[in-house]
Write a protein that binds this ligand. Structure first.
Ligand code: NDP
Length: 497
């Protein structure tokens, strides 16, 4: 099966190389795909450029573009179980979780289908007679879309749906570890009638395929989700031809619990905040910031509950969480925990690979590091694993407690998400406005809706996905001034007068 899709044709890599995709739950080979390289990426960029410059898609009426996105949503609903299965095999995540991701993706395609038709520009008053002045939006052009392995199709949908809604063409490179659902999506787009060259798929490593997609002068926009270091590399590369960039680079997200919070809800959600999808979530609540007076009660209960979380493979119905994405990633998480302990953090649970049946996969248990302070690397660096750090705050007065919590919660280079738990409505609002994070939950953690923007402040990224801003990332704004009664400007003297 050829798995690169360029200019409307499925093909193998120019080099002839292939890659085995293995399930991290047991190391079994899930599929063999073509391993593209820089030459394939350059071909794909040229195809996308041609499709944008002379193809029909950018000029296709918005209702037709919207209809195609709706057909993809319909199709995913019909094939949901199978696509979720592919996602589970690539990532090791539980099938039930992958199914939830697929439902989210259906909603994302529907959101951008409706938005594609809602935006028709606006008329502005030119302030002079006989002039029509209007502001219109147009597609940006050729988009390089580069996505990671933790929510492969979801993160791809957040880019592909608005890119197509706005009339762009694109080259997509998913993580080399998790390509199967991107192959499904591109095949679905082709079969639902997307013109040749609009969607191109190149599988392969980031430092060859991804770099070629970022450096190519024919590319107008690079939209990337992944690690901070790669984001910086992409930003620098994009500057050579002043490409637009949209970056989603993760976070180190505080989950602040005041003593007046609903204790049961706060503790239960603190578990899902960090341990959902084994912590491999950019918005995970990886920093617990808890008021000192309730620290022991909260942390003891978290330890008890975390220790009881059952790990298992994607189709093990008794499992509550799955493996990490790879042995290499697990080694990074282990090094991160070791550094935290070295710096003085107290290991309260987890921290050791499981044995028995789970020894065959890339498993790592829910882990809690207590007694942390903001200067520790485990508090500042992303582990991207199931590791919760605990910091405490205290204050003699209401304001002093809030100031202390904010000082800790904002002490990070990141700014993606944060949460506050309190039953004091005024405190909740004050805290929500002071947290320097792109999404803030009050008495909740994790939910999002496609209609609301998603993205980070500070080094968590540039730009927003979803919402209406998520469409605008893929649009240029143009002002058109139309003088319906042309006349000489009369600025410079005409010597014949
Ligand atoms: P990367 O940033 O390396 O990978 C994300 C995507 O970028 C992948 O498709 C990757 O390709 C590609 N890529 C890598 N290098 C380049 C490059 N030079 N130019 C263009 N594209 C490139 O993330 P990792 O998967 O290695 O994870 C590293 C860390 O990033 C994690 O530990 C975590 O902290 C963070 N992360 C954040 C995510 C988020 O949602 N914000 C998601 C995933 C990771 P490939 O890997 O196929 O070679």
């Amino acid at each position: 099966m050829s798995t690169l899709y360029i200019a409307g044709r499925w093909r193998t890599a120019a080099s002839g190389e292939t890659r085995e995709i293995t399930c991290p739950a047991d190391g079994a080979v899930a599929v063999t795909v073509d391993e593209g390289g820089a030459a394939d990426a350059r071909d794909a960029v040229r195809a996308a450029r041609e499709a944008f410059d002379v193809g029909p898609w950018p000029r296709t009426p918005a209702p037709e573009r919207a209809a195609l996105l709706s057909r993809i949503a319909d199709r995913l609903e019909r094939e949901l179980d199978e696509v979720a299965r592919l996602e589970s095999l690539d990532t090791g995540k539980r099938h039930v979780e992958a199914r939830i991701d697929m439902e989210d993706i259906v909603a994302v395609f529907r959101h951008f289908a409706s938005l594609a038709q809602a935006e028709a520009g606006r008329v502005v008053d030119a302030g002079v007679p006989d002039v029509s002045s209007r502001v219109v939006t147009e597609p940006v052009g050729v988009c390089s879309l580069i996505t990671p392995w933790n929510f492969p199709l979801l993160q791809t949908a957040w880019k592909v749906a608005p890119a197509l809604a706005a009339g762009n063409t694109f080259v997509l490179k998913p993580s080399e570890l998790t390509p199967q659902t991107s192959i499904w999506l591109v095949r679905a787009l082709a079969e639902e009638g997307l013109p040749d060259g609009v969607a191109n798929l190149v599988l392969g490593p980031g430092d060859t395929v991804g770099a070629a997609m970022t450096n190519a002068p024919e590319v107008d926009l690079v939209s990337f989700t992944g690690g901070l270091a790669t984001g910086k590399t992409i930003m620098a590369a994009a500057s050579t031809t002043v490409k637009k960039i949209a970056l989603e680079l993760g976070g180190k997200n505080p989950n602040v619990i005041f003593a007046d919070a609903d204790r049961d809800a706060a503790i239960d959600n603190a578990l899902t905040a960090i341990f959902l999808d084994s912590g491999q979530v950019c918005s995970a609540g990886s920093r617990l910031v808890v008021e000192e007076s309730i620290h022991d009660e909260v942390v003891d209960e978290l330890v008890r509950r975390a220790t009881a979380i059952r790990m298992g493979g994607p189709f093990d119905e008794s499992a509550e969480t799955g493996p990490l994405i790879s042995d290499g990633h697990r080694a990074k998480v282990e090094a991160y925990v070791a550094a935290g302990i070295e710096e003085g953090a107290v290991l309260r649970c987890g921290g050791e690979r499981p044995g028995g049946e789970l020894a065959i996969g890339s498993y790592y248990p829910p882990t809690i590091l207590d007694g942390c302070t903001s200067d520790m690397s485990c508090v500042q660096d992303e582990s991207f694993g199931p590791v919760l750090t605990v910091e405490t705050f205290a204050g003699d007065t209401r304001d002093a407690a809030e100031d202390a919590a904010i000082a800790i919660a904002n002490d990070t280079i990141y700014g993606l998400t944060g949460a506050v738990w309190t039953q004091d409505a005024g405190r909740a609002e004050r805290m929500a406005r002071r947290l320097r994070h792109g999404t803030v939950w009050i008495n909740d953690f994790h939910p999002y809706v496609p209609a609301a923007e998603w993205g980070g402040m500070k080094q968590s990224g540039i730009g927003r996905e979803l919402g209406t801003a998520g469409l605008h990332e893929y649009q240029e704004t143009k002002h058109i001034w139309h003088n319906t009664r042309p006349a000489p400007a009369g600025w410079f003297a005409n010597p014949q007068d």
